[in-house]
Design a protein around this ligand. Structure first.
Ligand SMILES: NC(=O)C1=CN([C@@H]2O[C@H](COP(=O)(O)OP(=O)(O)OC[C@H]3O[C@@H](n4cnc5c(N)ncnc54)[C@H](OP(=O)(O)O)[C@@H]3O)[C@@H](O)[C@H]2O)C=CC1
Ligand SMILES: O=C(CO)COP(=O)(O)O
Length: 314
């Protein structure tokens, strides 16, 4: 069944989802703050998702009043979401966050941040999915999290595509923390590889990273099973193992004393700082990533510190 869908944010992910849903016959409008006219002219988002043609049926607009759907997907980076919502009156009854992070101004995850600004029912779409893979129509499985199970079921039906399979949960906290925290471990994995510490060290980091993610999510009220699903383990495997991940590339660059261009979105950096500053669940990997990014320790010093932690049961 064809659905009317508004997608806000024409970055790599919003554009990829817009392509996939428009190609499947949904009635899609993609809102971009800049460059809508150029995208309409060239039928490409050359800045954020080059090489992927925008289907003719996909509407691209820079005007928020063109958005009239009942359901809107918010595909903005977490750190821009609060400011955007504060100055925008969205009329959709259902808002689906696609962001993977923790807001540095409030410490909130994307769904709580949206709920602070809107009375809409809020859901989270997350899990292992590079924008380029979705835009190319490659098979992908994601988690759709919504506290309201009836709305979650309806969204699962309307947002699933043959090559984009959605699994459903009501554990919004676990799902959104899985997506946010895997970015922190992906930075650490990039640093491990960038510093030449090897594949075995990366595997150890990923396993201990999943344990850390689970501790943090469970302490926040999430469920352990969610973290071993698509939004935790699934996304961890994807982003710790591929240079397509910006978080992974950022970690590699840090370890090599290099940097990424400033307009590259690296959500894990802010998340690491947020988590490292929190009391509660033990978080040595988030501490390490924050220290590395802020120039307080080198990869070598961090590796020594982690390797010299007291021996304990797994
Ligand atoms: N890329 C991916 O593979 C995936 C990304 N995600 C998540 O999706 C979210 C978005 O990431 P992604 O699309 O990759 O990011 P990109 O860096 O590709 O693009 C970010 C987009 O947000 C826009 N933007 C930034 N600030 C504002 C603002 N204040 N108001 C309106 N628009 C704004 C930018 O506009 P402009 O171009 O004008 O700067 C740009 O279009 C992130 O949380 C990410 O973790 C989730 C799954 C996969
Ligand atoms: O979340 C992603 C894939 O699931 C994209 O990862 P990066 O933000 O690290 O590129």
């Amino acid at each position: 069944m064809s659905a009317r869908l508004d997608i806000l944010g024409a970055g790599a992910f919003g554009t990829a989802l817009a392509i996939a849903y428009a190609q499947a016959g949904h009635d899609v409008t993609l809102w971009a703050r800049d460059g809508a006219q150029e995208m309409r002219r060239t039928r490409e988002n050359a800045r954020r998702l080059p090489g992927h043609r925008l289907p003719e049926a996909l509407r691209v607009t820079g005007d928020l009043s063109d958005l009239t759907g009942n359901c809107a997907l918010l595909a903005l980076p977490t750190q821009t979401l609060g400011g955007f919502l504060a100055e925008t009156d969205l009329r959709a009854d259902i808002l689906v966050s696609c962001a993977k992070g923790i807001d540095r101004a409030t410490g909130l995850g994307p769904t709580a941040l949206i709920a602070r600004h809107s009375k809409a029912t809020v859901a989270q779409l997350t899990g292992p999915s590079f924008a380029v893979d979705i835009a190319a129509g490659l098979p992908t499985a994601l988690t759709l999290a919504c506290v309201d199970d009836a709305v979650g079921r309806a969204l699962q039906q309307s947002l699933s595509l043959p090559a984009l399979r959605l699994y459903r949960t009501t554990d919004v906290i676990g799902a959104e923390l899985g997506g946010a925290l895997k970015n922190v471990v992906a930075i650490a994995a990039g640093a491990v590889i960038g510093a030449g510490l090897g594949d075995s060290a990366r595997a150890a980091l990923m396993a201990r990273g999943l344990a850390e993610m689970t501790r943090i999510a469970v302490a926040a009220g999430g469920q352990e099973a969610t973290l071993s699903g698509l939004s935790g383990l699934g996304d961890l495997i994807l982003t710790c193992g591929s240079e397509k991940s910006r978080n992974f590339r950022y970690g590699m660059a840090l370890a090599r004393g290099e940097s990424l261009p400033p307009d590259v979105t690296v959500e894990g950096l802010h998340t690491a700082r947020q988590i490292a500053a929190r009391a509660g669940a033990e978080n040595p990997i988030a501490q390490a990533v924050a220290a590395l990014a802020d120039g307080r320790a080198s990869v070598g010093e961090i590796a020594d510190r982690l390797l010299n932690r007291p021996l304990k049961p797994e």
